[in-house]
Design a binder for this molecule. Structure first.
Ligand SMILES: [Fe+2]
Ligand SMILES: [Fe+2]
Length: 673
């Protein structure tokens, strides 16, 4: 492919620099300095299951509170939401939460919040201080229970203790403590990864193995509670989508979520975990896309064929039941409130924005039942729910439409349609407000899918994100964009604008495309290839360009850390999804779905890690003294794979490195002193 001219208003450096290949050097550095060998506790299960269960397994009938989970409210300095679950399909008799700034004891019972009777998930409602939510899985019929208390009026930078009980005649309790965010310009630490999945059988509460189970998922949570540099756990964690892959276990999604909840609770009971929606949060069920029960004639077996194959609103029923996230105030065109689908919060001098990229991506890659065999019967679950072959859950534009702006190959809210894309409108409003706010120095986005990835076995870079949101990230000078989706680590140079005329090539055409044709991939333009220096640490100026990090190495059993290279010149190359890879075929012939359709040269790719797919990131925010001086010191710690990453056997041991594999400073004044 050609190296073409550069457009946009920003200069671009030469592309002669090779991208930094980390891993091998990093691992030997770790070996030399010594890592922390962590051995897992022994299993509760008696032996390794042969694979994921293929029938619905019962859930416990006990009510002891578990899966403790903290999230920020709208203002992290004063608002924290405490959530927990019952283990199975029995609601807790009389659940309560006690909270106090002192440890809860017999002498200090704390302030008591009584939970109301559970109501089925209804995203058209507003939530009071205490909410009990039930959700019935459309495919396996199990009803599970989630409890949320939105604590408000807390003191900033203060530790609070809490305890929840099920209120049974012989009550069971669980509890922990947390710290609210500091107010004003303050130092703090946060962490991130995506694609966590569930541990393997030996470390799961259930003793089961699920479709993406891998013990790296267990170590990833351990690592956030005790980061390798020994400088303490973060204030909160960002979880960049693909939380547990419950949509792959169609007979047992509630059971998968339970194992995820208990694994995460080892950390999320002590500090907020803030998620973003990924493609695997979208599940098959028997509802309409808006989450109303399917009413096609013929009962539960007929709903899938009638288009009622969604598990709650947009397939996100489990996610929206489990997490009660900051309210964006947006009501969708179908009347559903979009609370938690996307949201923003501020800690110190940083605004964090979680986006649902499912709304703008081209990729058709959420729940899917696509079998390339003639006359394949529907996927039928224990309850008799039925998903016909060739079915996918595709939610692009579920908050409204975007239309092309030919002047810069972007997509903008389509007001003429009467239903413009609400998430994109909210995003621009939120970015504009943050950049106007004198208390905000830096903006960190987190979402699931990638605007830029060079993974070869993975999904590819999605043009939909580049067209819908990168113009806004450029306009409002977003500093960092964190994603997952690829199960690997990747870092870009700072980018701004795009390389006009730098076309990619159609390599695997979707219907309507021609192999070998040029395609405008809106390739992001590199703003700098040489870092500055801050006290001996390489540093990137994010006012010059936005840095994109792929942090998808939470712990799935499917690593994707091999990367594209153009054989002609040995330079980085990326797959790009430029049109919907829709399902094609017929009942009689079977169905197929394409992968990424195009490839492009990828001069934006600055670092990859072919050695270790797994890892976690620690970010230390220092506000400096004055407005605009905030820096974020970033450390990436690669985690070696345990031996079960592709199967069920394992050795229960890995090495959690004490030295970062990569370390950088990000800031808007870097190099300008
Ligand atoms: Fe994933
Ligand atoms: Fe994904």
């Amino acid at each position: 492919m050609s190296e073409s001219s550069t457009g946009g208003s920003y200069g671009k450096a030469g592309f002669t620099r090779r991208r930094f290949i980390i891993g091998t050097a990093g691992v030997s550095a770790v070996a030399a300095l010594g890592g922390t060998v962590v051995r897992a506790p022994r299993a509760v299960a008696s032996g390794a299951p042969s694979g994921p269960p293929t029938t619905t397994l019962p859930l416990p009938t006990t009510t002891k509170p578990e899966q403790l989970l903290l999230t920020w409210g709208g203002d992290p300095a004063t608002e924290v939401t405490v959530s927990w679950s019952a283990p199975g399909t029995v609601a807790q008799p009389a659940p309560t939460l006690a909270v106090s700034a002192q440890p809860i004891t017999a002498h200090n019972p704390g302030r008591l919040v009584k939970m109301p009777d559970p109501k089925p998930l209804d995203v058209t409602q507003r939530y009071g201080e205490a909410a009990s939510v039930s959700f019935t899985d459309g495919l396996n019929g199990q009803t599970t229970y989630f409890y949320h208390v939105q604590l408000k009026g807390l003191k900033p930078g203060t530790r609070y203790y809490y305890q929840v009980t099920d209120g049974a005649s012989e009550p069971s309790t669980a509890g922990s403590s947390f710290e609210t965010a500091p107010s004003g310009r303050a130092k703090f630490r946060f962490s991130s990864y995506g694609d966590l999945a569930t541990p393997s059988w030996d470390l799961n509460t259930s003793g089961n193995i699920w479709h993406e189970s891998c013990d790296n998922s267990w170590y990833a949570v351990t690592a956030i509670e005790n980061p390798g540099d020994g400088k303490g756990a973060p204030l909160f964690h960002l979880l960049n989508g693909d939380l547990c892959y419950a949509n792959l276990d169609v007979d047992n999604a509630p059971g998968v979520w339970r194992d995820f909840g208990n694994n995460v609770a080892r950390c999320a009971a002590n500090r907020p975990w803030m998620p973003a929606l990924g493609n695997h949060e979208c599940e098959f069920g028997t509802d309409t896309i808006s989450g109303h029960p399917g009413k096609a004639p013929g009962g539960i077996a007929a709903q899938g064929a009638a288009g009622n194959y969604w598990n709650g609103p947009y397939g996100f029923g489990h996610y929206l039941s489990r997490f009660l996230l900051p309210d964006n105030g947006v009501t969708n065109w179908d009347g559903n409130r979009l609370r938690g689908n996307f949201y923003a919060f501020q800690v110190g001098t940083v605004t964090f924005i979680s986006l649902d990229a499912d709304d703008v991506i081209y990729q058709d890659g959420a729940a899917n039942y696509v079998i390339d065999t003639a006359n394949t019967p529907p996927e039928t679950t224990t309850t008799g729910a039925s998903i016909p072959n060739g079915t996918t859950t595709y939610t692009r534009f579920y908050t409204g439409g975007l239309k092309p702006d030919a002047t810069n190959n972007s997509l903008v809210p389509d007001y003429a349609s009467g239903q413009p894309n609400l998430q994109t409108i909210w995003l621009e409003r939120t970015l504009a407000r943050a950049r106007r706010d004198p208390s905000v120095d830096m903006i960190v986005m987190f979402m699931h899918q990638c605007a830029m990835s060079t993974s070869v076995p993975g999904n590819g870079s999605d043009l939909g994100i580049r067209q819908a949101w990168l113009p806004l990230f450029d306009k409002y000078e977003v500093d960092l964009v964190l994603s997952g989706h690829e199960h690997d680590y990747e870092r870009t140079y700072p980018v701004r604008g795009y390389d006009t005329g730098a076309h990619g090539t159609v390599a695997a055409p979707n219907p309507g495309q021609t192999k070998g044709a040029a395609v405008d991939t809106r390739r992001p333009s590199v703003a700098a290839t040489e870092p500055h220096d801050v006290d001996g640490t390489p540093a990137w100026n994010t006012a010059e360009g936005t840095v994109y990090l792929v942090l998808g190495g939470g712990g799935t059993n499917g690593p994707t850390n091999t990367y594209g290279t153009d054989a002609a010149d040995d330079k980085p190359q990326a797959k790009v999804i430029t049109t919907r890879n829709a399902v094609v075929g017929s009942e009689a012939a079977g169905f197929v779905k394409n992968g990424a359709d195009s490839i492009e040269d990828a001069p934006w790719s600055a670092a990859i890690n072919p050695t270790d797919a797994y890892g976690y990131s620690i970010f230390d925010v220092d506000p400096g003294r004055h407005r605009g001086e905030t820096t974020i010191t970033f450390q990436y710690f690669a985690i070696p794979a345990v031996t079960n990453e592709a199967g069920s056997a394992h050795d229960g041991t890995t090495t959690l490195p004490t030295q970062p594999t990569e370390k950088f400073v990000f800031g808007r004044r870097v190099g300008r002193r």
